[in-house]
Design a protein around this ligand. Sequence first.
Ligand code: NDP
Ligand code: GDR
Length: 345
Amino acid sequence: MTKSAIVTGISGQDGAYLAENLLDRGYTVFGTYRRTSSVNFWRIDELGITNHPNLKLVEYDLTDMGSAIRLIEASEATEIYNLAAQSFVGVSFDQPITTGQITGLGAAYLLEAIRTVNRDIRFYQASTSEMFGKVQAIPQREDTPFYPRSPYGVAKLYAHWLTVNYRESFGIFGTSGILFNHESPLRGREFVTRKITDTVAKIAQGKADILELGNLDAKRDWGYAKDYVEGMRLMLQHDIPDTFVLATNRTETVRTFVELAFGQVGIALDWSGADEQEIGRDRKDGRTLVRINPEFYRPAEVELLIGDASKARDDLGWEPAVQLEELAALMVEADMRRNAAGWSF
Ligand code: NDP
Ligand code: GDR
């Protein structure tokens, strides 16, 4: 029998890759997007799946429970991957209530709809390493205590615990994947890795002069989004609902990612002699290429994340394949290609 899955947030990075993954495996995918005056499907367009016969694009707002019920009834899906969210940490400080309504309550509406319509549906919640925030142990695992540092992290923690609670209270197959940062050429440009690779490509092509960033010392455990969506799929094929960390177990600073990206276009940076704005210069000609802009600092920062995914490896056979150097290379290459062709989302 053909499997059928709902993927909320099809217009986002993970939604696009997960839809591609499931379609390749013969699933019918109901990909949800929210109504805007000009819907943008550039990611699924780039993957070439927008017109796939088994992809059904469905309008759905995460904050509307009635539409959750109708979606589940009409699709007869057996799996739901809840990827939609207000996912930008920085914005969550300015829009904490909207973030709570979408990122936190959005999961509650779906869980309630499953509880009401069909308790056999398997549910995946997109939880995050941001729930560890001010980290209480290194590396972070499934049993590490949480300490979120942003309204986004707090909203995600609510959704995470609600998933666990519906598992324990109602026997719903609710699984929570605590995913560390994962990036790709399909990453939104407001996130730091893509902002870096897009600007580096533009600098290399003479279309930008400078890269402005906030905290260069923050450390992240960065993986490749395509590896991580496969982990999501595996979690819902597991025999029991559970909580899993997906991570690479390697942490690097934002500064290192900047160096990797510039390295891809043959530029080596010199950070010495920097003023209070920590300027990075081109080693060859002394040209200023990186500047700190305090506008990009956050009111509370997550300083260091590094995950331990051994449970996912042991129980699911999941392992990340792509290393950070390769990731930076493929992101810069994609941005060079897009910028040369005159477009960039
Ligand atoms: P994106 O920001 O790329 O995608 C988010 C998606 O949610 C978009 O499709 C967006 O639609 C949709 N969305 C936002 N608000 C609503 C709403 N009110 N109703 C319906 N849809 C909405 O995120 P990612 O793909 O990177 O991440 C996927 C999920 O995983 C998110 O929940 C994120 O918080 C979580 N996560 C991500 C990690 C990462 O490193 N990428 C790590 C850990 C967790 P639109 O295009 O219209 O804005
Ligand atoms: P993050 O990702 O907050 O970890 O959340 P982001 O790429 O936004 O920030 C990573 C780190 O880089 C620092 N930083 C900057 N960040 C941005 N966006 N822009 C800048 O100019 C800049 N300069 C420095 C940040 O302060 C931070 O320390 C992502 C999202 O995908 C979440 O949805 C997801 O849950 C987590 O990853 C895991």
